[in-house]
Design a protein around this ligand. Structure first.
Ligand code: ZN
Length: 293
């Protein structure tokens, strides 16, 4: 099998955290195929079986005390395995955030910073994270951030503040994970306006597929109320900006097994250009342009 896919969104963590992540996803999806005791090697194997050769591995500390050990875990995991692009992270309570970012990039060799404010329990589009944005802008390294699925998480984000961040830090590439689901009209207007902004369609593709398979049912489901009005923008994003859109599985906490996720992707029968870009082309250019790969 060719291993030419790049999965821009997976979570290989220390064993206790993998267990916690899988328990969490099973609460929402009781039949989810991942096991709490799944190992990093099994996670990689599942992806390799689908033709994935490279992954962005995303860690996120749930409390400040695990920040440093998680960043070091990701550095070591990448050093001892093929095809791992490690990203660093931190917590709102992390002191000296600019120094932590600098250490992640220059000492640990991590590609950029990823934050998951809904899981980590803080607002990221806020003054507390200005030192992170300033340092990433100075180093011209990317900031990957969870956005969207507000109703699923029962949370919201200050998207006006996000606009200010994009204005103030033009040298910091930003990836909006989950593409603000389902606010695709806003995602489109932001892509049109900011040249170094990217989207990650992880979990979005499956949600759109679910909706299209049974709109009558899904239109009434929490979080899907606005999907009908956003569909046109979903296709406009893909048709016009696939060179700035990536895709990943969120394995081991995605919308099913990697096999199911790539099957759902293939069911759209996207154009060659869209498929090539989302399944790795965009992420590979992103690594070369913004991460020194
Ligand atoms: Zn994720």
């Amino acid at each position: 099998m060719k291993h030419d896919k790049l999965d821009c969104h997976i979570h290989i963590l220390p064993p206790a955290r993998i267990g916690g992540l899988v328990r969490w996803i099973k609460k929402s999806f009781p039949g989810h195929p991942s096991r709490e005791d799944t190992t990093p090697e099994e996670i990689l194997e599942d992806l390799r079986d689908c033709g994935v050769g490279t992954v962005f591995n995303l860690v996120f500390p749930l409390k400040e005390e695990e920040t440093e050990s998680l960043n070091e875990f990701n550095r070591e995991f990448a050093a001892s395995h093929e095809g791992i692009v490690p990203f660093g992270s931190l917590h709102i309570e992390t002191p000296g955030k600019d120094e932590v970012v600098e250490r992640c990039i220059t000492e640990l060799g991590l590609a950029g910073i990823k934050l998951h404010p809904y899981a980590q329990g803080f607002e990221v589009f806020s003054p507390a994270f200005e030192p992170v944005f300033r340092k990433l802008n100075e180093l011209k390294r990317p900031f990957i951030v969870h956005t969207g699925f507000d109703i699923f998480y029962g949370k919201t984000q200050d998207l006006e503040y996000l606009g200010g961040i994009l204005d103030r830090y033009p040298d910091m590439p930003v990836v909006l994970v989950h593409s603000l689901f389902p606010r695709f009209e806003l995602a489109l207007s932001l892509l049109e306006r900011y040249g170094s902004l990217y989207l990650d369609m992880t979990n979005v593709i499956a949600c759109i597929k679910y909706y299209l398979d049974d709109p009558g049912f899904w239109a009434s489901q929490a979080g899907f109320e606005d999907v009908a009005g956003s569909l046109d923008y979903f296709y406009r994003l893909l048709d016009g900006f696939s060179d700035r859109i990536m895709f990943g599985t969120d394995h081991p906490a995605g919308m099913g097994s990697p096999r199911t996720i790539y099957y759902d992707f293939a069911s759209f029968d996207f154009s060659e250009e869209i498929s090539v870009n989302l399944l790795g082309g965009t992420a590979r250019r992103f690594l070369e342009l913004h991460c020194g790969y």
